[in-house]
Design a protein around this ligand. Sequence first.
Ligand code: ZN
Length: 196
Amino acid sequence: MKKLAFIPMFILVFVIAACGMGEEAGEGTDGGSDSDEGAMQDAAEEIEVTMYDTDDEEMGTATFTEADDGLTIELEAEGLEPGMHGMHIHNAGMCEGPDFESAGDHFNPTDASHGFDHEDGPHAGDLENIEVSEDGTVSTEVPAENVTLLDEEVETSLQTAEGTALIIHSGEDDYESQPSGDAGNPVACGVITEAQ
Ligand code: ZN
């Protein structure tokens, strides 16, 4: 134990020393180039969304990652009923339980009908059903091919004035019924993008 304790101490001292040197160097060159950082990092985007249940308790995370091959959602959650559940992106960035009506309707900037199996569908915010295990947990990755985090200028951008939210429903989305696939009540909600 005693020997191990020296290792983090050494690293800590080294980090403090490195920070001190960095500051001195910055002062010496009048700091004119600091604002360049971050400006070139828009080729990929990652947003971690905290999911809440109807009692406003945290029950998981949904990580939105977008690169050249598209946007995917990696969902890790617990405390859900086993079985299939509809999941959609909604058109308001607010999660007020217990009904989550504050999150609005499905994100639908192209004025489509609901559902992958509808001839005029799907909504941009429609997603594949998720399957929850017998123990109430889910760990899955679903594509979100019809929306984007990268280009704020296109109509399918999730960076909207109203913001957006991710909703998990109590039941399965039949991919056809209007307006939301007969998927039942919202049981979980997370803000993807805040209202601007
Ligand atoms: Zn829909």
